[in-house]
Write a protein that binds this ligand. Structure first.
Ligand code: SAM
Ligand code: DTB
Ligand code: SF4
Length: 336
């Protein structure tokens, strides 16, 4: 077993990034096999429970009010409509249901419905994950009491680059919510986006921030930017095609995440729709062991179940069984 360290230096992480590619992928696969079942991929279903109209100005996101992306704003879905979607996901074999809302933060008046959704999805036997923006300590406790398994809150990029991508909040705000989620006893899901026109030093800083948290996130999503027309970064990429992330550099980022955070699930998240099967295969060799299934992410297209089933069969990969819940679900404990 490799040691789990939270004292990584930027220099060590930069050295990993600079290894010959074969050596880096070999090290990542070795670490992977010491901590995870080889050849098993966690399949997660994603649903946007509240789309668009978000007051934040994240330069990559189609759901910001600042973006001219054509995404229509909706209200929070009805509890029953969400549970219906969750039941369909459970029927099709999904064991993890991730729900996203285009909010800066949930309002207190939204919380009763959110709590009912968590309880309802959990009662179907699926793991639950939510991403709702920043949380107050009380909201984090309410989610924990409802039995939420994971909370997704990405740091997205390096601390240095953060305010070039988002101006309506700071990296500190992000880290504060992550600390609240941890304190409340919910598993942490945190990662970011590669391909924002960042430098390798930014990718080093991004991984360093995650790998030196007091405890590593249980889940680390690595998204490749989905360039959306009408967003600052989507338009920038359309004008400067060379800014698109190199596939090998993307795989390197996955490998370095795997080596520095050996126990975490590393999710190959957004961007698979435009990625070749060969690049995805390299990501799995480099230690990615989770994907989103289905033909839609939150607003953007995803690879789709048929394509994914064919890819997994071609690569000889199998769906991972649900993890044992990492902590007891408070909502399902008998009342004292
Ligand atoms: N509003 C909440 C928040 O930002 O925390 C939750 C939803 S937000 C859409 C979840 C994550 O999706 C973002 O942190 C970002 O990493 C990712 N994301 C959003 N748009 C993306 C895009 N165009 N390409 C890749 N990843 C994207
Ligand atoms: C994450 O890191 N990636 C997912 C999930 N967390 C919520 C979202 C990806 C969104 C991709 C762009 C879209 O669908 O609008
Ligand atoms: Fe809002 Fe989240 Fe999109 Fe940022 S990433 S604009 S916070 S929905």
């Amino acid at each position: 077993m490799t040691e789990v360290r939270t004292d990584w230096t930027r220099a060590e992480i930069a050295t990993l990034f600079g290894l010959p590619f074969d050596e880096l992928v070999y090290q990542a696969q070795t670490v992977h096999r010491a901590h995870h079942a080889a050849g098993q991929i966690q399949l997660c279903t994603l649903l946007s429970i509240k789309t668009g109209g978000c007051p934040e100005d994240c330069g990559y996101c189609s759901q910001s009010v600042k973006a001219d992306s054509g995404v229509e704003a909706t209200k929070l879905m009805d509890v029953q409509a969400v549970l219906q979607k969750a039941a369909e996901a459970a029927d099709s074999g999904s064991r993890r249901f991730c729900m996203g809302a285009a909010w800066r933060n949930p309002k207190d008046r939204d919380m009763p419905a959110i709590v009912q959704i968590v309880q309802g999805v959990r009662a179907m036997g699926m793991e639950t994950c939510m991403t709702l923006g920043m949380l107050t300590p009380k909201q984090a406790d309410m989610l924990a009491d409802a039995g939420l398994d994971y909370y997704n809150h990405n740091i997205d990029t390096s601390p240095e680059r953060y305010n070039e991508i988002i101006t309506t909040r700071t990296m500190e705000d992000r880290l504060d919510t992550l600390a609240e989620v941890r304190r409340a006893g919910i598993n942490v899901c945190s990662g970011g986006i590669v391909g924002l026109g960042e430098t390798r030093a930014d990718r080093v800083g991004f991984i360093h921030t995650l790998a030196t948290l007091p405890a590593h996130p249980e889940s680390v999503p690595v998204n490749a930017l989905v360039p959306v027309k009408g967003t600052v970064l989507g338009d920038m990429l359309a004008d400067t095609p060379l800014a698109k992330i190199d596939d090998i550099e993307f795989v390197r980022t996955i490998a370095v995440a795997r080596i520095t955070m050996p126990m975490s699930m590393v999710r190959l998240s957004a961007g698979r729709e435009s990625m070749s099967e060969a690049t995805q295969a390299l990501c799995f060799m480099a230690g990615a062991n989770s994907i989103f299934t289905g033909d839609k992410l939150l607003t953007a297209a995803n690879a789709g179940d048929d394509k994914d089933a064919a890819m997994l069969a071609n690569l000889g990969l199998v769906p991972m069984e649900a993890e044992e819940p990492l902590r007891a679900c408070k909502a399902l404990e008998p009342a004292k």
